[in-house]
Design a protein. Structure first.
Length: 96
């Protein structure tokens, strides 16, 4: 049981570190996006087509970060399941 707790703590620690770094990147992206929106609003010389391309690029990036986060969360769950079930199987074999 102690090995399962240690494994869960390690996974939780890595997940927390990932989420902290990921949230920092997302905040940076949001600030950059806001700055770019303000720049585009104040620049009448930029063509509308270019503005729409930049806005599309920003929305694709946001969707990509959401998808990446969902995938990472799913994989952390799978990792925890795999390691805890693997530890149980290993402990069962060593007791025989």
């Amino acid at each position: 049981m102690q090995n399962e707790e240690i494994t869960k703590q390690m996974i939780d620690c890595h997940k927390a570190a990932f989420e902290t770094g990921f949230n920092a990147v997302v905040m940076l992206q949001e600030q950059t996006s806001k700055a770019m929106d303000n720049f585009l609003k104040q620049s009448p010389w930029i063509p509308v087509q270019s503005k729409s391309v930049i806005n599309e690029w920003t929305s694709m990036y946001k969707k990509g970060t959401v998808d990446f986060k969902e995938t990472a969360d799913q994989n952390y769950e799978k990792l925890a399941e795999m390691l805890t079930s693997g530890l149980s199987a290993f402990q069962g074999k060593s007791k025989k």
